[in-house]
Design a protein around this ligand. Structure first.
Ligand code: AHR
Length: 491
């Protein structure tokens, strides 16, 4: 039996709700079909947004949504996506499948979506191929309250009131698809572009610089050194890819070795957060600047017969574990991780929702987000787990990972992942200085390769968790193999 010690009197940091954020790019069937079908569609919609998807996202209480990319952001010219729809410019989405982008989903539609699901917008500006003026004017268009060229244009397009925009990204992956820049060059560009992203009236931007890919510590060092004082956040991108890029491995039908290899690669996030965090500490010991993990999740080979540029993949219990592991890690590093955005919302990479025509399914990852939402805005508690390593000879992982938090009412939420494909386990929870009273929980568990399909949408879904007992003042949890568990101890 493993031992988990939780210290209710040792609150470590606030778990900002934005850690449970999402990302939606003009990529494949994420925006078009997945979210936006247009007002004339036979699919039930409200102002063009699919009602089923909006309902599902409302249940998740999506705190923040990043848009329009991704790589697309640095090719996106926002003025093409405003005004009369039939007159909007069409372009080729060169990054993602070479399809025609008709710009029918633009700034106004994005804010409408955010309103419908109750999320804060996170806008990613174009530094790679756009101008300083273009970026500056977008901020003015969205947030200026009064008489100005851009505010007038906004009003002409039907929106008198400015929107509230807090999170604003100044470029995306500018070391790669966003302009192939060196960190030294980007740091200067960042300083220049961000200067003209103004705070109008009450609107205060939280400016996010493009950070490193994975373990590029030089990029982090250079950005923090040269541009740290001009930013509020810096991004980090890390995807779980089981195979060696560009081979990624299939989303379904994998063996146990691949299961453990995938989870091991996911756990690498811990090292990235620690090492990038340590560099940030040198330049920002007060932790003013947030680490924004605005792209994370699994990246597999696309489903057979689908456009390779659309990044459409299935989502199994393995994805559920990847989500559970990462979210626990973000909680544990919430002194520095201010936001995280899984890639991507619908039909792309590790999506929480998949659609096919009129049909929609919730993936195992969806349910993990739903179960973990109790951590939002709670205080991370100091916790310590003693567990064993399991796995195959080549790929060793901890049997269990966890995090614990306390909400404003004093309720304690513990989320645990059993990383074993086939071994259940027991965890004994000790709550220092506090009696264990009433407990309630939910569990997501299934065979390690299981997933939901349009024909069988409920193969993987959470159930009420009852397999625990309170023994000598301790909580003993029986946790099945391949599972994600959320237990709340009432105050
Ligand atoms: O999420 C898919 C792509 O991955 C994004 O567009 C890009 O930023 C990253 O390389």
């Amino acid at each position: 039996m493993y031992q988990l010690w939780i210290h209710p009197n040792e609150k470590k940091s606030k778990i900002h709700k934005e850690i449970y954020g999402h990302f939606s790019e003009h990529l494949g069937r994420c925006i078009y079909e997945g979210i936006y079908v247009g007002e004339d569609s036979s699919i039930p919609n409200e102002k063009g947004m699919r009602k089923d998807v909006v309902e599902a996202l409302k249940e998740l209480e999506v705190p923040v949504l990043r848009w329009p990319g991704g790589c697309f952001a640095d090719e996106y010219h926002w003025k093409d996506g405003i005004g009369e729809k039939s007159k909007r410019k069409r372009m080729v989405n060169t990054h993602w499948g070479g399809v025609v982008e008709d710009n029918s989903f633009g700034t106004h539609e994005f804010f409408e979506l955010c309103d419908q699901i109750g999320a804060q917008p996170y806008i990613n500006g174009n530094l790679g191929s756009g101008t300083v003026q273009e970026m500056s004017e977008w901020v003015e268009y969205m947030t200026f309250d009064g008489v100005s060229p851009m505010a007038d244009l906004r009003a002409k397009n039907g929106r008198k009131e400015p929107w509230k925009v807090k999170f604003f990204g100044v470029g995306n992956e500018n070391w790669g698809c966003g302009g192939s820049m060196t960190p030294e060059y980007y740091a200067n560009e960042y300083r220049r572009y961000q200067t003209y992203c103004r705070n109008y009236g009450e609107n205060k931007l939280y400016k996010i610089a493009c950070g490193p890919s994975e373990g590029d510590y030089h990029w982090m060092e250079e950005l923090m050194k040269s541009a740290g004082r001009f930013m509020d956040g810096i991004s980090l991108h890390y995807y779980t890819v089981p195979d060696t890029w560009p081979k990624k491995g299939p989303a379904t039908g994998f063996d146990k070795d691949t299961w453990y290899r995938t989870l091991k690669k996911t756990l690498h996030m811990e090292e990235l957060l620690t090492k990038h965090g340590a560099i940030m500490d040198q330049y920002d010991p007060d932790k003013r600047i947030g680490l924004i993990v605005d792209e994370w999740g699994t990246w597999f080979d696309v489903e057979e017969g689908t456009n390779p540029g659309f990044l459409y993949q299935q989502n199994t219990m393995r994805d559920a574990l990847v989500a559970g592991i990462n979210l626990n890690l973000f909680n544990k590093h919430s002194d520095r991780v201010r936001m995280a955005n899984i890639a991507q919302l619908v039909n792309v990479l590790q999506a929480v929702i998949l659609t096919e025509g009129e049909r929609m399914i919730k993936t195992p990852t969806y349910y993990v987000f739903k179960m973990f939402k109790k951590h939002m805005e709670a205080e991370l508690l100091h916790s310590h787990l003693v567990t064993e390593e399991i796995g195959t000879e080549d790929w060793r992982v901890p049997h269990v990972t966890e995090s614990a938090s306390m909400d404003a009412q004093g309720n304690i939420t513990i989320t645990l992942n059993n990383l074993s494909a086939d071994e259940p386990c027991q965890v004994e929870v000790h709550l220092n200085e506090r009696a264990i009273g009433e407990a309630e929980g939910e569990i997501l568990t299934s065979q390690f390769t299981d997933f939901n399909t349009f024909e069988h949408p409920d193969t993987v879904k959470p159930e009420q968790y009852t397999d625990y007992e309170i023994r000598d003042g301790k909580l003993v949890l029986n946790i099945p193999a391949s599972s994600v568990l959320c237990v709340t101890l009432k105050s």
